[in-house]
Design a protein around this ligand. Structure first.
Ligand code: GDP
Ligand code: ZN
Length: 291
């Protein structure tokens, strides 16, 4: 029995990185009955036969699991936004922060294209998100600003990138790994008839550091957390709720609301409050649909 990490899965084959190299494996039949599917990122135990082929026997407990894109055990989620071209989408950043926290993954905000704007614009955004408990890194792939800092923060982690098209994800990945993912030798797609299936792969770049080659993280929907728990995902806003007059205040339409006063006084950034409201209303509506 050996242990390792699934770094790639294609057509029923799993490639497991072990301390004696990458071993091609099939899944053990029992997973089908248990409706478990070995997933990229899984820590697994495998049996290796005399020809060097393996069978995945056991999937270790997952820290987190995403269905689309299919990946498990992400340590860090890097939310990439550009200072300009395109402008940062705060609702998206806030949604991804909630998703990261909900999945026990560290969220890192990467503000790219710092060469396009003055530094105070980047500083303003960093301040908002530092207060929100998020690590922030300002980068430029043109001038290499922040790249080594990003690399050191991601050391020995399994990292996935999220962000809209055009913000610079591929450029950053290329800087970190030296691989050209757009044009390079890594096959990104499997052609099956008219459907094109995207296959997720963990790229190792340095000892025990992996990047997930996944474009799909922009499309994730908000997890269905109870609406009254939403404010716990806004650690910098939470203390102001202690000043609300009504103990069940939702900070939406209530009077004498500590949160709304803090927004008016400029102690809470408007974009953060607006995302709270938007998500609160979304969650509330979901709850009403089910009840
Ligand atoms: P992706 O869609 O998120 O993978 O973004 P790409 O890496 O393909 O980059 C989109 C465009 O932005 C390309 O034209 C890049 O050359 C450009 N770009 C990427 N990083 C930077 C940067 O730091 N500064 C500037 N000015 N342009 C960048
Ligand atoms: Zn309130």
């Amino acid at each position: 029995m050996k242990s390792g990490t699934i770094i790639k899965g294609i057509g029923g084959f799993y490639y497991v990185k072990t301390d004696s190299g990458i071993i091609e494996c099939r899944a053990c039949g029992k997973f089908r009955n248990e409706s478990k599917v070995p997933t990229v990122g899984d820590f697994v135990d495998i049996d290796v036969d005399e020809n060097g082929y393996g069978t995945v026997k056991n999937i270790k407990m997952r820290k987190n699991f995403f269905i689309r894109p299919p990946i498990a055990n992400i340590d860090a989620l890097v939310l990439v936004a550009a200072l300009k071209n395109p402008n940062p989408d705060f609702l998206f950043i806030d949604k991804m922060l909630i998703i990261a926290k909900n999945n026990n993954a560290e969220a890192i905000l990467c503000i790219n294209k710092s060469d396009l704007c003055s530094s105070d614009k980047a500083e303003k955004i960093c301040k908002i998100y530092k207060n929100a408990g998020c690590k922030t890194i300002v980068t430029s792939t043109l001038s290499d600003v922040g790249i080594s800092e990003l690399k050191s923060v991601l050391n020995k982690k399994v990292t996935a990138f999220a962000g809209f098209s055009g913000v610079g994800k591929s450029s950053i990945l290329k800087k970190l790994t030296g691989l050209d993912l757009q044009t390079g030798g890594i096959s990104k797609k499997l052609n099956r008839g008219k459907h094109t299936t995207r296959c997720v792969e963990l790229l190792e770049y340095g000892e025990n550091s992996y990047l997930a080659d996944t474009p799909g993280f922009s499309m994730l929907t908000l997890p269905e957390i109870p609406s009254e728990k939403l404010l716990e995902y806004y650690p910098e806003i939470l203390p102001f709720a202690g000043e609300c007059k009504f103990s069940d205040c939702k900070h939406i339409n209530e009077r004498f609301c500590g949160v709304k006063s803090a927004v008016e006084n400029g102690d809470i950034p408007l974009t953060r409050y607006e995302s709270y409201r938007t998500f609160y209303e979304y969650l509330k509506q979901k709850e009403n649909e089910y009840n």
